[in-house]
Design a protein around this ligand. Structure first.
Ligand code: AHR
Length: 351
């Protein structure tokens, strides 16, 4: 990178005349080791993470931290925004001040990024968006994006429910819909996927955000159960909401599972989510893959080599179900397998 080269030259000049070391501007003290002036081949990456709201997020943070390690030649400045966009804006501005080589942003919601991304562009720092998307007026404000096709995830889940309901002869489908953080791509896409299935005549009896957390998922489910006694499906937009919903359902004296009162659907396929899928507590879990560290690194390597990475790259994802009632689903003419989960498959999973 140009900035690193300039830093090296500056350092050489200073060493020749003043015999001083090249210290870095460590900024707010959140750097994970080393300096970030980049006096050698170290690549400095500022990563603004959404927060720590879910098991998925923990796996995602671990993937980024293990990829962008000192041993691999990076200095990672990791900032946890605690699900607040204003914290992410501050973090990005700090990264710009610290003159990092790359900014990586996992945005909490899609809108509100134009100004700060323009500031990064003006500072000549490439921005890589990961996981959720940004909705900006000019897509040159970011260099590349890698993440999930959240709408496709929702559509696959809805098609699974339609096939399952038909196979089981469910005369009514009364859905409690626990949404993710409103305005996040993962919420927008999964909600669109479900709502597009209104052609099947389902009844969405209640819809409320669970903010992708277990605590809020439980709270929302408790209140929905108090208001409606006909719920037979819960569509949770991530595993942690599903854990909370299951707790609330069981506390209300109802049962979950294929032979129970309520079918719980989820997204993420984290280890804990699939453990519940193996027992049938979650009847179907649609994958959202969090292992983005190596994918972001690939983009950075391409940029370092003067190559142009793909602007938008979707990750391929699977579906897992408790049983094999539904073996595949078709969305827009493409068929996707649904795998009946086994202990062996669960044991082989990386997150
Ligand atoms: O953006 C990905 C979503 O965010 C995951 O489904 C969820 O668990 C996380 O909080």
């Amino acid at each position: 990178m140009k900035k690193r080269l300039l830093a090296v030259l500056a350092c050489v000049a200073m060493t020749a005349t003043l015999v001083v070391g090249c210290g870095g501007n460590k900024g707010d003290g959140s750097a994970e080791g080393g300096d970030n002036s980049g006096g050698d081949d170290v690549i400095t990456v500022g990563f603004s993470q959404v927060g720590a709201e879910s098991d998925w997020r923990t796996a995602n943070s671990e993937s980024m931290k293990s990829t962008f390690s000192k041993e691999n030649g990076y200095e990672l400045i990791f900032d946890d925004a605690q699900q607040k966009q204003e914290n992410q804006l501050t973090a990005i501005r700090n990264f710009i001040q610290q003159e990092v080589d790359y900014i990586v942003l996992a945005p909490v919601t899609e809108t509100g990024w134009d100004t700060v991304l323009q500031e990064a562009k003006d500072a000549d720092i490439p921005v890589i968006i990961v996981d959720r998307m940004v909705d900006v007026s000019d897509d040159s404000l970011y260099t590349a994006w890698v993440g999930s096709n959240f709408k496709l995830e929702g559509e696959k889940a809805a098609e699974w429910l339609n096939s399952y309901a038909q196979a089981k002869g469910l005369s009514e489908v009364n859905i409690a819909h626990i949404q993710g953080t409103i305005g996040a791509s993962a919420q927008i896409g999964r909600t669109e996927g479900l709502e597009a299935a209104d052609k099947y005549g389902w009844n969405i009896v209640a819809q409320q955000t669970g903010e992708f957390t277990q605590a809020k998922g439980q709270e929302v489910m408790e209140s929905m159960l108090k208001q409606y006694d006909n719920i037979n499906v819960v569509y949770c937009e991530n595993d942690n909401e599903a854990f909370g919903a299951i707790d609330a359902i069981e506390a209300a004296g109802k049962t979950v599972g294929p032979d129970g009162d309520i079918l719980v659907m989820s997204f993420d396929t984290t280890n804990a989510g699939l453990t519940d899928t193996l027992s049938g507590k979650i009847i179907c879990d649609t994958e959202c893959n969090p292992l983005h560290g190596p994918r972001v690194e690939e983009i950075i390597k391409q940029l370092e080599n003067g190559e142009t990475p793909e602007k938008v790259a979707y990750v391929e994802e699977e579906m897992f179900a408790y049983d094999d009632t539904v073996k595949d689903v078709t969305v827009d003419g493409t068929k996707y397998d649904v795998t009946k989960l086994t202990q062996e498959i669960l044991d082989g999973r990386a997150y």
